[in-house]
Structures are given as structure tokens and as C-alpha cells.
Write a protein that binds this ligand. Structure first.
Ligand SMILES: Cc1cc2nc3c(=O)[nH]c(=O)nc-3n(C[C@H](O)[C@H](O)[C@H](O)COP(=O)(O)O)c2cc1C
Length: 249
């Protein structure tokens, strides 16, 4: 396992109220101190860090923070190519992510931002000097994207997207894992948000989202999936920006 410290979160409750997440990018030394202490406490479990480019577009600090994080003993660094000010607007700036590579001596650089297809994974490795890529929102809608990306990187045929029955089965498996981890009550509430990301773009997906976002017991969850999970395929469809993939939601 790995402990990953999130110095990139732009959500107001985290930055303004808790003075955490991307708020800390104003204070590279404090970021370094946190990484150092967590790495010492967690040894031999690797500690990694995730940052944004900076707090504002006028003050990009990724290279400075990256050096501090490396010197503090982190095992890897992920850079999301937006500032906290950008939140999720515009597009991730991969040129800025790439600049970080030149200041790192030892640890791998993982690039993050707007990768939503196997082709974009291949393109990121081809264009930018990154050692890895991180996929977030696209994986909420298509958890199988990792399998597809791995095939694309090996130069093999890309496995097709799941059919609706397969997607439904995956949703139930996801639900079972979450309930096993968090218990039936909390697990069901947590799954409201993630279930909404399934079956996007298919006829009936909106109704399914409306219903599943109100369930509060395992019986209700099963009932809604049984009755309302979309059954009619439609293609092509656009699942690039999953609703519910908003960290404030
Ligand atoms: C619902 C949601 C929850 C997130 N939670 C975390 C988190 O706990 N830790 C973290 O480092 N980043 C978190 N992120 C940010 C993502 O890891 C990622 O940096 C961001 O979504 C951009 O990547 P993407 O374009 O592939 O989505 C979250 C993002 C979303 C949408």
C-alpha cells in the first residue's frame, strides 16, 4: 500500500476552512515538513504527494514544491495541470506538468488532468516526459478504462466498452465491495454518488440517477438497480464529463 497526501484539493471547505489541500501550496516548506513527518511515521510504506500547479495562475509553484517534496522523502509526485483557482475549468496544462520533470532527480512524475480515453493515455506518454498518468473522473464513468489503456500501451486491440448488463453487474460488484468496507448504511449512502456515474448517455440514465441518488438502504439500492438501471444500448454516446464527478457534490 501507499499513503498519498493530497496537496491539490481546491474545494473551499478544505482550503478556506481547514487550510489544507491546495491552500498549502503557498507554503512549500510546510508541505515538505508534512511529507517528511508522514514518511518517517509510515516507513517502510511509501508516501507520495499530489499537487496542483499552484494556488493561482499568477503564481505557479509546482517546480519549487516538487523539489521540496522530493527532498522530504516522497516516493512519487503527481501533478494535476490546473491551479486551485482554475478548479476544474479550462484544460489541464501539460506543458507545465512537463516542466516539473526537469527538477526531479529521483522520484517518478505522474501527470494528471483530462485523460479520458486510452488514446489520450498513449498520447500523454508519447508527448510528455512523465513516468505515469493518473485518471480520475473518466474512471468513475468507465472503471474499465484502465484495462483499455493497458492494452493500448502494449499496442494490443482495445477491449470494448462494457455492455449494459455487464455494467450493471460491475455496479453491483462495486456496491458489494463498498458495503463490505463501510457497512450497509454508510456504504449505500456513499454509493449514491458513484452509481450515478454508471450507464451515462444511455436512455433512462437520468431517471436512474434521480432514483439512485435518493436510496438509503440496501433493499432500496437493489430495487432501484433492478427496476431502473438502463437496459437499452445507444451508441455512440458521450461520457467524457460524468455528472456527479464534482468533488463538491
Ligand atoms: C469526485 C472526486 C473526488 C476526488 N477526490 C480526490 C482525493 O481524495 N484525493 C486527490 O488527490 N484527488 C482527488 N480528486 C482529484 C482527482 O484525483 C484529479 O486530480 C482530478 O479529477 C483531475 O483529473 P481528471 O481530469 O482525470 O479527472 C477528486 C476528484 C473528483 C472528481
Amino acid at each position: 500500500s501507499v499513503v498519498d497526501i493530497n496537496f491539490g484539493c481546491p474545494v473551499k471547505q478544505i482550503t478556506q476552512e481547514a487550510h489544507s489541500g491546495s491552500y498549502l501550496l503557498r507554503y512549500p516548506e510546510r508541505v515538505g515538513e508534512i511529507v517528511r513527518r508522514v514518511a518517517e511515521a509510515c516507513h517502510p510504506v511509501p508516501v507520495t504527494a499530489k499537487i496542483r500547479l499552484g494556488c493561482t495562475r499568477n503564481h505557479i509553484v509546482a517546480c519549487e514544491v516538487a523539489q521540496t517534496v522530493e527532498e522530504a522523502g516522497a516516493a512519487a509526485l503527481t501533478v494535476h495541470g490546473r491551479t486551485a483557482q482554475d478548479y476544474f475549468q479550462g484544460t489541464a496544462n501539460w506543458e507545465r506538468i512537463a516542466e516539473v520533470k526537469s527538477v526531479l532527480r529521483r522520484i517518478p512524475l505522474i501527470g494528471n488532468g483530462d485523460i479520458d480515453s486510452p488514446a489520450k493515455v498513449v498520447e500523454a506518454f508519447r508527448r510528455w516526459p512523465v513516468d505515469g498518468v493518473m485518471i480520475a473522473r473518466a474512471a468513475l464513468a468507465r472503471p474499465w478504462i484502465f484495462r483499455q489503456a493497458a492494452a493500448a500501451l502494449r499496442g494490443e486491440p482495445i477491449p470494448p466498452d462494457l455492455t449494459l448488463p455487464e455494467e450493471r453487474e460491475l455496479l453491483m460488484h462495486h456496491y458489494d465491495l463498498v458495503v463490505r468496507r463501510f457497512g450497509p448504511e454508510k456504504g449505500t449512502l456513499l454509493m449514491r454518488k458513484f452509481a450515478c456515474c454508471y450507464a451515462q448517455g444511455r436512455p433512462g440514465a437520468r431517471e436512474f440517477r434521480t432514483r439512485v441518488s435518493r436510496v438509503s438502504t440496501p433493499a432500496e439500492f437493489h430495487e432501484v438497480v433492478h427496476r431502473s438501471f438502463p437496459r437499452v444500448e445507444s451508441a455512440p454516446y458521450d461520457r467524457a464529463a460524468p455528472p456527479g464527478a464534482n468533488p463538491t457534490a
